[in-house]
Design a protein around this ligand. Structure first.
Ligand SMILES: [Zn+2]
Length: 109
């Protein structure tokens, strides 16, 4: 089943576009900008944030637990830290979203 395209904004060139997002190993969404070719990352879904937050909490609960729990918790810390940065970039791009041709039009004013 094909995924539906989602409205996204490139964090490099701020172009708004419809893209089918891919998901990375850690759960981030990515797409390649149709104009500048930049590989753009989008933040985690609420489900992933909840899973990572829980895995971090479980680490504290187990007092630096063992094996799988420890790995999950480390992954959770890394993912949530990355997510903060990605969220900030996407917010900035969305605030400056432009459509194709807009930049050229401005230079002729
Ligand atoms: Zn771009």
């Amino acid at each position: 089943m094909a995924k539906k395209p989602k409205r996204v904004v490139c964090t490099a060139c701020n172009l708004g576009q419809d893209q089918v997002l891919k998901q990375t190993f850690l759960g981030f969404y990515t797409f390649q900008c149709e104009e500048c070719g930049e590989k753009v990352q989008y933040p985690l879904s609420a489900t992933y944030v909840a899973i990572y937050a829980l895995s971090i909490l479980s680490l504290f609960g187990l007092f630096f637990g063992r094996g799988a729990c420890g790995v999950l918790a480390v992954g959770g810390v890394v993912a949530l830290a990355l997510d903060v940065g990605i969220r900030r970039r996407v917010k900035a791009a969305e605030a400056h979203e432009r459509t194709r041709g807009e930049v050229i039009a401005e230079t002729f004013e």
